[in-house]
Write a protein that binds this ligand. Sequence first.
Ligand SMILES: [Ca+2]
Ligand SMILES: [Ca+2]
Length: 234
Amino acid sequence: MLKLRLDIAGMIFAAFALTLSADGIAADFLTVYKGIPYVDSRYTGGAQAVPGRVQCAYYDLGGEGIAYHDTTFKNEGSGGLNPADGSYLNEFRKNEGVDTSYTKFHDAIDNNPYGMVKVEENQLYVGWTQPGEWFNITVDATHAGVYSADLLYTSNRGGMIALDVNGASATEPIHIISTYNPADPIAWRQWHHWNMMHDAVKVKLNAGKNVLTVHILTEGNMNLAWFQFVPVPV
Ligand SMILES: [Ca+2]
Ligand SMILES: [Ca+2]
């Protein structure tokens, strides 16, 4: 059943990709793109502002093949590792394929001594990332230009990500520095060593609406929390 679902998802994605190439790619991306900015009972902001902090967990609405591609149909975090209990955080986007979770301070999970930076408690993130997965985030840039972004993340094995802007490749593969630390005696906590990569990403945006696509290229096992975008001085 799972394989069938993945096959269907793959076909939807392939059809979507064909639509894009037939239409001449990037310039037409925004006119054919069916995803919409995320919104819920707690987050009402819509397209995320640039400059500013762009939360990965607020990836677009639109579902598999449109707003994201994920290799597992269910959300491995919400409703999975974090049991459905009626709370906002445990049930956050639990019916979507992208795997989301949030930082926890009990039992020294995300406030462990092996993190390179301190994170806030209850910080949402996209986890269970695998090569080939991607998700879209609609942002709203105050002005056209080049922006760079720091990335808050963990990475058990290192790996590569890349970003598209409006359907066109916008970065070279970005090497994500591993946060693995053999000194941590708890194996599962290798997924919780938070780090900041400064100027991890540099992209050129149009004024107003842009769609960022975050691609997981290699390794996976990264937890991606947010990109903090600032303008690059001309
Ligand atoms: Ca999934
Ligand atoms: Ca996943």
